[in-house]
Design a binder for this molecule. Structure first.
Ligand SMILES: C[S@@+](CC[C@H](N)C(=O)[O-])C[C@H]1O[C@@H](n2cnc3c(N)ncnc32)[C@H](O)[C@@H]1O
Length: 232
């Protein structure tokens, strides 16, 4: 899912909205189970996590099951955000029933779902009640950058815009975790590439000797201020 001549228009909002009108929850690339061990060193159950291009992935609900409650989920497809709100409400209801109705607090109570374009208006997306800028020590995306790359130009303008937008909501030192098909990734300003983790994808019915397939976890870190107004 890269380059500018895709048969499938992954960079088109209409494409995603049409798809989400019919599709059941689905996770691209990797599921929470297959990545949680790699991500745990970067995650905090107390701080707000921003999840970009969430689609109808179960990632946030499964993370909430594991104690990561403050997750703000963003997608530009309004219909998928509505569907995910409904799914979250059902999960809350089942959880309350399972506890015999004795509480209204569930693992999903603090999940937030917001419609926004990640390369144009992320600065408006912040946890309720918090000040603008620097409020997400951790941002995660799974295959959003792959989509953004689809409509990109030779200067990689869209990927640079995404990095700038993400930077506008992260403090210096904050981590941006990007999960991707792509085995190559530039780190766009103002981020350093800290780590690249290949994750082997199990293939069902593979013939002996078939090539191994990997997806990649890119751990990027926002540059720190050197005290003289420069990010290093
Ligand atoms: C390949 S899907 C991945 C969905 C989900 N993260 C997963 O792993 O299953 C890409 C998602 O990014 C969303 N998307 C693409 N461009 C976007 C943009 N500029 N702003 C917000 N969401 C975007 C699409 O609507 C879609 O939900």
């Amino acid at each position: 899912m890269s380059g500018r001549t895709n048969a499938v228009p992954f960079d088109s909002k209409e494409y995603w909205e049409d798809r989400f009108a019919q599709e059941e929850p689905f996770d691209w690339l990797l599921t929470w189970d297959s990545i949680q061990l790699f991500l745990q060193p970067y995650l905090s159950s107390k701080e707000h996590i921003l999840h970009l291009g969430c689609g109808n992935s179960l990632l946030a609900l499964q993370m909430a099951d594991c104690g990561y409650k403050n997750i703000v989920n963003v997608d530009y497809s309004a219909n998928v955000i509505e569907k995910m709100k409904e799914l979250t409400n059902k999960a809350k209801q089942s959880s309350i029933e399972a506890l015999g109705g004795s509480t209204t607090v569930t693992p999903y109570s603090d999940l937030v779902w917001i419609t926004a374009d990640c390369i144009h208006d992320l600065s408006s997306v912040r946890p309720y009640g918090s000040a603008p800028g620097g409020c997400y020590p951790l941002v995660i995306e799974k295959s959003l950058t792959d989509c953004i790359a689809c409509g990109d130009d030779d200067k990689l303008t869209r990927q640079r815009q995404l990095a700038q937008q993400v930077a506008s909501v992260q403090p210096p030192g904050g981590y941006f975790i990007s999960i991707s098909f792509s085995k190559e990734r530039q780190s766009f300003y103002p981020y350093h590439l800290t780590e690249k983790i290949p994750v082997l994808v199990p293939q069902v019915n593979d013939k002996p000797g078939a090539p191994e397939i990997y997806y990649y976890l890119y751990i990027l870190q926002k540059k720190e201020d050197d005290g003289e107004g420069y990010l290093v």
